[in-house]
Design a protein around this ligand. Sequence first.
Ligand code: GLU
Length: 529
Amino acid sequence: MTTPDASPAPSVVTRFAPSPTGELHVGGARTALFSWAYARRHGGRFLLRFEDTDQKRSSRAAEQNILRDLHWLGLEGDNEGDANAQGIPRQSERLDIYHAALAKLAAAGHTYDDDGAVRFRMGKDVSFTDAVYGDVTVPGADLEDFVIQKADGFPTFHLAVVVDDADMGVTHVIRGQEHLANTPKHAALYDALGQPRPVWCHTPSILNPDGSKMSKRDKAKAARKYLKAHPASLKDIIEQHQEAIGQISTNAHNTIQSGKVIPENKRLSPADFQTFLDGVTDAPAVAEAVARHSELSLPEINVADFQSSGYTPAVLLNYLALLGWNPGDDVERFDLDFLAAHFDFERIGKSNSKFDRDKLAAFSQDDILALEPAVWAQRLEAHFTTRFPEYVEKLGSGFPVFAAAYQERSKTLNDPSVLGRFFVEAPTAYNAKAVKKNLTKNHGEGLGNLGSLRDKLAAHDDWSAASLHALIDGAWEALGGKNMGALAQPLRVALTGAAVSPEIGPTLEILGRNETLARIDACLAAHAS
Ligand code: GLU
């Protein structure tokens, strides 16, 4: 006799259910990551849902941005349905379903009307088990009746989340620990609806190093602090902003400066800046405008900020997974496949994690160092094509040389845009120390050498790195070969404004003859006595 197979355990279904009221925050990204990983680990499904019951604050644009960021991270949902809406349910389009659930609850005596709203009756003690925080019991005396349908006919979050999770067959609810306090309500609703409860897994919070919440307010704080420390800069910033919006580009990325987190360019009035400075508003658009037109870099908070700062999804996900989860065995570096194979609830800690930007940058630097030079060059070029197109245009086929020059010194894909700025911008000022040391010292020895090198370069036919290197080598020997720096360093000052550049041959090749000679002439003119 053959025994029939035991009925299979219900397959795992997890979900990520953001409210589309803003950008995808790193905390949300980690929730999505854990939900994705748990489903993959158990061969289940990972679903997406938009919780847009707060109609005033929700927008389609926010939905699109969240999807864009999830896609960038590689966390695709398994929703089935029409491609247009990607099969992702929106709570605002499911009102009938909530009304039906409400009718059922009302018929069983669980609800009562209260000023046009509908409340759910609590009263009994509620116990549940959380995968991270363990057994929780809340005495009935501490549980108030709560609104499940607002006077406008919309369900509250509590009703919608329970009805949807039950309807979508969600078996494991993974979400931030700020929802732990809501869970007794949800447990009571499941019971009243006669639906099996899911497994709850609440994850500890991600905080700033100082223990504060990581929020978009941090950007406002940073910008306000900058404005207070540089009061004179406000006028310039406002002027530059007015100019920039005068010629607003359809591609906001074109207006981004090196190494800055500045997603959008919104139209602001001088009064907007003033109210921001006075602390009346924390408008992110003002913080972004301040950063765009000053030295300030804003702290990254959202996934898009980290992308904009030049982090790769792999590095960000790896780092986010470690904020709360610990693979054990001192493993620190891993990818999505590893998570899909190993992620579990047991190794999620209860204590909140601090977001350490230095550690993230160190992860990123390690990754960059480990890349094959050709892969690094490709990746950098792809990033620069959207973020800093002027480099791609200017460097042309010299891009890999540029990339190679900065591989060892880059922590992010943005760094070469700061380190190698001189490739796209001629120096407008010269570092005084570098000038003294390399040009004017010893009665202008460096300037003299630069002048004679200029003539040799002007007469040189083969403008390739190797040939240019040989030229400078030869000229150096002609000078008695005492000190290669006597030639290369003055040249660097002329080309970059300071004494640092990649190898001189490739640097010259990339800049090209005209630009090289023009910069030498400008430098000689600036220092002629
Ligand atoms: N929409 C809720 C939020 O963004 C999700 C809550 C849940 O995951 O149950 O916080």
